[in-house]
Design a protein around this ligand. Sequence first.
Ligand SMILES: *Cc1c(COP(=O)(O)O)cnc(C)c1O
Length: 365
Amino acid sequence: MMTFNKKLENIKTYEAGKPIELVVREFGIEPKDIIKLASNENPYGCSPKVQKAVVEIVSNMALYPDDSMTKLKNALSSRFEVNDENIIIGSGSDQVIEFLMHAKADSNSKILINSVTFAMYEIYARHVGAEIIRTASEHHDLEEFYTLYKEQNPDIIFLCTPNNPTGDAIDSSDMFEFLDKIDSDTLVVVDGAYMEYGQAKDKSKKIEPKTIVERYENVIYLGTFSKAYGLGGMRVGYGIANEKIIKELYKLRPPFNITTLSLEAASVALADEEFVNKSISLSFDEMNRYEEFASQQKIDIINSFTNFVTLCLNEKQNSSEISTKLLQRGMIVRDLSGYGMNAIRVTVGTHEQNSKFFELFAELI
Ligand SMILES: *Cc1c(COP(=O)(O)O)cnc(C)c1O
């Protein structure tokens, strides 16, 4: 009988938001009748300039991509006022998390994360056999993080701000005060996958990669094109840090990890600030409707700095049941029972998509 790496035994396969194709197959619903509000993608798609640019280069697929990624790196370094040497690009920021784990941790390591946070931190930690330490608090409580840091001496600390799947965010002043107290051999990862939304809603949540690079040699900032930029299907993310960290991560990077199309799409998307700002502002307008809806329905909603809302259900409502029933009606949302919460996470969609959600949800509860 085939045996496998023991470290894999306790890993649960990551459950991505159910793709539309699966709902078509399982429930026989027409793709046009399915609404996916499960993976925090931008419901307005991406900049129309991206589509145009990608079509223009689509005839040039035979050659390997430009592995120096100069165009995208230049675009990122001028946007964030850092140097190209401070940047690594991953197939999603997910891949950068994977590199970080392998660069810093092994089976003797401890990884400190928030009790409820992005599932991939734990999965990658398990790949290397590291021990996971979680806070008790559901929301990032930096005092608790500091106490656990002192007690446990972790090798890596993950801070996700704004946090997925709760939507809350850390004040930048609190963040920097915390980072100032961490020793230089502890790697701190600041995951800003939703930072474009968070900083637009509240300036005090804004954390700039530049500040991180200037002040800390042990901190890395992560960003992605999958959320506000509307390029989830292109798989592009990045890490920005001191060049010594980036150099180590480069040792783990497979060559040509970003396709030609993805590199082009991300470069063009980054330049179209107007598109991104517009989608962010539409998203927050629509979020107001979720807040009104939740208050009408007497459901708690967590104040969100992202493009999703987390609806905390009461004891009479069951998040798994409700998500399944929504799914049978062609509405894909994220059940958070796997995170120990009786809650569902809903990506803020377009006006029509949200109206449909309100209608179905009100019917079910
Ligand atoms: C979506 C997400 C990412 C990364 O997404 P990629 O598509 O891999 O770039 C990272 N962190 C959090 C918290 C996310 O929600």
